[in-house]
Design a protein around this ligand. Structure first.
Ligand SMILES: [Zn+2]
Length: 594
């Protein structure tokens, strides 16, 4: 297959329309938002249940009508931020979205006031399908500002926080790094250089880590200015909106409660010894007295040298999902055959990977930089798990019930990774292969559950510092980062000094209204390990349960969805099950040494 197979076909989003027509659609979107404003301004707070239902349905139709054009512009830009058309379309969609947001800011405020005055409306049978969505809105009511203030917030974010965030992303995606690989100096963009972290050659890994963070550290003034502004802005907004803590907005967005997150984080704090046990075992497997930070996600030295082609990766991932459930497998095949995945590494492309839901197309689009490593195959399986979620959710839920908090949003993806693991273990013929696969699962687990927890602690420490009047300059941020990191790793790992700049490249820290993005990954990782235990017990009978979970969209809370599976997620005992599953994988790995 040619390189085209690795590039996505975005034309389906807009039925092949030209960029000018797409811009026209965006203007129509702004005009229609204006008409909705004229029709409903000042009237939502007087609606009865039937009227509210019609309003919600109208808003959903509006969302679906322009989703394709807006997604087209955003995705085109994320695939190549240096392309002139993409730049123009990205600017057009940002401007249009900001105008629509401002025009319709009153709807959230008025809906809040309506529910505040009539909390019983949440239980009205006419609105039964939207019950949980309305409950979530009601939870946000005490934190709403006036309509004028909400409009001002959107306007300030556009050239404030959003601009910092875009600068951070653009800066990172346009940096180039020169690293010596196999005796030859190579210059490459960030999306490519990070693949070297998983090089089989230890000295290449050290050089890659060192070059990247030395270079990023040189711009610490830029990164720290951006991050300080984003965090100070959030701290101020918390005061204005009367959020009791810096995490409250995230708890509401993710549809979880503080008790659940506290139990989760306490379990992690108590479980660091399990992770360190794995890190020491990995050092033994690598023949080292201790791991360096450049070894944490590295392959084992005796791991079979294997690069995967795009087609091999595709075939593995298709098989992993098909083996679990035929319908899921068919959707995965469709994602490849309709070219909904952009895997080609190139300069100007957003680093990392994501899956963008396409509700009106009942599908999704995926972006990743595929460098042929086993980690890239895992990323593909992960993002396709999100796609499966989109396929199920868009078929079973209305758009208003597809505002999935990240705790549940990461379930399909993380489960998909375990399906791939099962398939790879089944095919393993040698001890070395088995060790490589288990180490990879545990590497991923360690990152998602423990390393990510360090980031939660880091984020919390920034708000504590702001509260204490400490200036978040580059050195302070670096100190907070290393403190949070060491709480997880202790003395199990040795760090390059330049790793203190690791926080600079974490895009999510800079994204507006996206605070405390991390703990849902910890939630999902431990939740999915618990699901995996159920799957191992129940076999094929488990597939309908997972599909029901992923079909629920945001129509029920994660706590409710947990209960439906027999889990009480507010208790540490539940989360300990996830850590237990990790210990089992560690035991399996240790047993290969005997
Ligand atoms: Zn994900």
């Amino acid at each position: 297959m040619g390189e085209e197979a690795m590039r996505w076909d975005l034309s389906q989003l807009v039925d092949g329309a030209s960029p000018d027509l797409v811009k026209g659609r965006l203007s129509e979107m702004v005009e229609e938002a204006g008409r909705i404003r004229e029709r409903y301004l000042g009237k939502i707070r007087a609606l009865d249940a039937g009227g509210l239902l019609r309003f919600i349905e109208e808003m959903e139709a509006f969302t679906l009508r322009y989703e394709g054009a807006a997604t087209y512009c955003r995705l085109m830009y994320s695939a190549d931020s240096t392309d002139d058309t993409a730049k123009q379309l990205n600017d057009a969609v940002r401007t249009a979205a900001s105008k629509v947001g401002q025009a319709l800011a009153f709807t959230e405020v008025e809906l809040g006031r309506l529910l505040e005055a009539n909390p019983g409306m949440v239980d009205d049978p006419a609105l039964g399908e939207y019950r949980h969505m309305l409950e979530r809105r009601l939870r946000g009511v005490p934190h709403l500002l006036t309509e004028t203030e909400e409009r001002l917030v959107i306007a300030k974010d556009r050239n404030g926080i959003s601009a910092w965030s875009q600068l951070q992303g653009d800066w990172l995606s346009t940096r180039v790094f020169t690293v010596e690989v196999d005796g030859i100096e190579k210059t490459m963009p960030y999306g490519e250089v990070i693949a070297l972290y998983q090089s089989a050659d230890r000295s290449t890994r050290i050089r890659a880590n060192s070059v990247v963070y030395r270079e990023l550290g040189k711009d610490e003034l830029l990164w720290s200015s951006a991050l300080r502004s984003v965090c100070s802005d959030h701290a101020q907004m918390c005061e204005l909106r009367k959020y009791p803590s810096a995490m409250t907005q995230s708890l509401i967005d993710n549809d979880v409660d503080q008790e659940t997150v506290d139990s989760l984080m306490k379990t992690i704090d108590k479980g660091v010894g399990v992770y360190r046990r794995y890190l020491r075992l990995k050092a033994r497997l690598m023949g080292l007295p201790k791991l360096g930070n450049w070894d944490i996600v590295a392959p084992l030295p005796n791991a079979p040298e294997k690069d995967y082609t795009w087609d091999e990766s595709r075939s593995l991932v298709e098989k992993a999902y098909t083996g679990f459930d035929g319908e899921l497998g068919a959707w995965i095949r469709e994602m490849y055959s309709r070219r909904h995945i952009d895997g080609e590494p190139r300069k100007g492309k957003t680093s990392g990977a994501f899956c963008s839901t396409w509700l009106s197309g009942r599908s999704a689009y995926i972006l990743q930089s595929f460098n042929g490593k086993v980690g890239d195959v895992y990323t593909q399986a992960h993002e396709l798990g999100h796609a499966v979620h989109a396929y199920l959710g868009s078929r079973h839920q209305r758009p208003s019930n597809y505002e999935i908090g990240s705790c549940i949003a990461e379930c399909g993806s993380t489960f998909g990774e375990l399906l791939l693991t099962d398939l790879l273990l089944e095919r393993a013929r040698t001890v070395a292969e088995r060790q490589a696969i288990l180490a990879n699962v545990l590497d991923e687990f360690g990152m998602a559950a423990f390393q990510v927890s360090a980031r939660v602690w880091f984020e919390q420490s920034m708000y504590d510092a702001i509260k204490a009047g400490v200036l978040l300059d580059g050195d302070t941020l670096a100190r907070l980062w290393t403190e949070a990191r060491d709480r997880v790793y202790g003395d199990a790992v040795e760090w390059l000094p330049e790793m203190r700049w690791e926080w600079t490249m974490k895009a999510h820290y800079y994204i507006p209204n996206y605070r405390f993005y991390n703990y849902p990954y910890v939630f999902a990782q431990l939740f999915v390990f618990a699901l995996y235990r159920l799957y191992k017990e129940q076999g094929r009978g488990f597939a309908p349960k997972l599909k029901a979970l992923l079909s629920a969209g945001s129509s029920r809370s994660p706590m409710e969805l947990g209960r439906e599976l027999g889990f009480d997620v507010s208790k540490e005992e539940f989360w300990a099950k996830g850590v237990k599953q990790a210990e089992e994988f560690i035991d399996m790995l240790e047993a290969t040494l005997k």
